[in-house]
Ligand binder design. Sequence first.
Ligand code: FAD
Length: 408
Amino acid sequence: MKTDVQVAVIGGGIVGASVLYWLAKLGWTDTVLLERRELTSGSTWHAAGNTTYFGPYPKMTALFAGSIRTYLQAQEETGQSVGFHETGSLRLAATERELELFHVYAPRYEAMRIPFHIRSPEEVAALHPFIDVGAIHGAAHTPTDGHVDPTGATTALAQAARQLGASIERHTPVGAISKTGNKWVLETVHGVVTADHVVVATSFWAREMLQPLGLNLPIYPTQHHEIITENLPEIAALDKELPSMRDSWVSCNVRQERDGLLIGIYEKEPEFWALDGIPPDFKEELLPPNLDPLMPHLERLMERMPLFAKAGIKVANNGPMCLTPDGLPLIGPLPSMEGLWLATGFNVGIGTGGGSAEILANWMVTGRPPKGLDAIHADRFGNDIGRDEATRSIRHVYARGYHLPDHI
Ligand SMILES: Cc1cc2nc3c(=O)[nH]c(=O)nc-3n(C[C@H](O)[C@H](O)[C@H](O)COP(=O)(O)OP(=O)(O)OC[C@H]3O[C@@H](n4cnc5c(N)ncnc54)[C@H](O)[C@@H]3O)c2cc1C
């Protein structure tokens, strides 16, 4: 194991692997990634892998586009498939106002050179025959996005980083973190690692990990469900994969999974998990499903996509998912913690991990913060936001699901 490095990355989910990869691409290969268990063993292994280019903020859309680009690049460099399905996505206009907003966004996509079309209800029906378009006003269609295999993508990133000279140590949990002189000191079960820079990519573990340094990160895990249906003959009969669908009225996303449907719900009454501390023996586990709070959403989905009413539920996965009070990740350095960088707080880490890591790695290598991305800066909440305030905001952000901001 390397014991003195330029950069130690802690956490081997999609985000940590992406950071290690981008640092190596930019020439920083005196690096080691330290992972408590296996790569992907936090939230990454059970994620649906959805990644859409739709969104109100171009800078955030660029992170999504940068992520797909990063994963495909790692695939190209290693031969390891990232399982990208370019199905495209439909973001339904459940209201007239949503359709108006889509027209506001359209020129921004043109400027980014990302295909973006506004579809009429009839066109939506042609693209996705199972959506009942009777009550929608149209949709925004981003035909070049889709979904990836999160484990395949993490593996490709890790392999590509290793090829460039980076190291990865699995089964190496980091315990105490301290600073001596200019060096960060990380205690692990295999001995001490010292580093000029440390990147904390440990998702919801980061809060407890950094508390001994006097840091108070407002990140907490919510429970998040994804439902997979039995195979449906109507889907098996299709000659091409369905586009993903996102709908603020149902507050869900739906994509094709083999010959069935995979549904992610943002329910009105989200539950937190492990608010008093992550159980130390938590492994690659799921939480007991609780479908009752999802029922009003599933009933709406039966209206929006009547095929769903015919489908048996095969799996209901409930996994912990990290959130910050505004739903955006914490990226970058912290005041008076020179050499300590955050890459945590991701709730769409598959969608934005690769692109965010590119931003962070450039920031570390050049010393210059990215332009126009104050919204994701690691220090934006200060250090004294209390648990009640943070969890209240997280609940609000989660429950808003796919609602669009009304300002333009
Ligand atoms: C049901 C469900 C579906 C989802 N679907 C999607 C989706 O479709 N699209 C999307 O973009 N996002 C989705 N997400 C969210 C996504 O899973 C996360 O945003 C993403 O996986 C976060 O990646 P990460 O690398 O930040 O964290 P993680 O994958 O949790 O990785 C953190 C790593 O840090 C390690 N670690 C922790 N403590 C230590 C320590 N002390 N020392 C060393 N290592 C440590 C952990 O073992 C873990 O491997 C979904 C989440 C859930 C729950």
